[in-house]
Design a binder for this molecule. Structure first.
Ligand code: FMN
Length: 197
């Protein structure tokens, strides 16, 4: 299996990082694209160097390299995830501005009718943000804001993030045991079974 992972300059680098780690653990081939703004956010939020980030992926491309394989519809893959997705990238994809490798790869995923999942992060959302997301949703793009599920009683930020990543793996058809499913958090007596380590 081969997945394209793009990280853009919204808060929430940990979503992209955790997704890369889980895909690696599952033996999935990953093609990583990182916007310039995302490089800054990764360093700021995750205290991770770009080389450490690259080490999590099978292949990494420069965001300006429009000759990279993922820029072409002839390069087959099983889905693309933009995690996190900035409002700038969301707007660019919604308007077909294939102006860098991330927006071009997303444009290709839409035209080839491949799975495209965006994790938009902004608050509050303006009508412009919402219109761009609606436009994409109507094209079959999955708009997946990273929203915690409190009914699973996460005990940490790590568990909240894992739940979101688990749902993305579900959407990609990949197996996982990184987060419980409702109602398996509780045993038959209603006692908590806890989260996997
Ligand atoms: C610390 C920091 C946090 C940011 N958080 C967000 C955010 O959560 N959502 C968003 O849409 N933009 C956010 N931005 C703004 C984007 O980084 C900016 O619009 C950038 O041009 C996005 O470029 P990209 O889409 O190519 O990554 C943030 C910027 C900084 C410096």
């Amino acid at each position: 299996m081969r997945i394209v992972v793009a990280m853009t300059g919204a808060s929430g680098a940990v979503y992209g990082l955790t997704l890369l780690e889980e895909l690696r653990a599952l033996g999935v081939e990953t093609h990583l694209l990182v916007s310039r703004a995302a490089r800054f956010i990764v360093a700021e939020e995750a205290d991770l160097s770009f080389d450490d980030l690259r080490a999590l992926a099978s292949y990494t491309y420069d965001v300006d390299d429009l000759r990279a394989p993922v820029a072409s519809g002839s390069f087959p893959h099983d889905g693309m995830v933009v995690a996190p997705c900035s409002m700038r990238t969301c707007a660019a994809i919604a308007h077909g501005l294939a102006d860098n490798l991330i927006t071009r790869a997303a444009d290709v995923a839409i035209k080839e009718q491949r799975r495209l999942i965006l994790l938009p992060r902004e608050a509050p959302l303006s009508a412009l943000h919402l219109e761009n997301m609606l436009r994409l949703a109507r094209l079959g793009v999955i708009i997946f804001p990273p929203v915690p599920a409190f009914y699973l009683h996460p005990r940490s930020i790590t568990e909240m993030v894992r739940h979101t990543v688990a749902r993305i793996l579900d959407l990609l058809g990949l197996p996982h045991r990184i987060a419980p499913r409702w109602p398996e958090r509780l045993n038959a007596s209603g006692e908590s079974l806890g989260w996997p380590d």
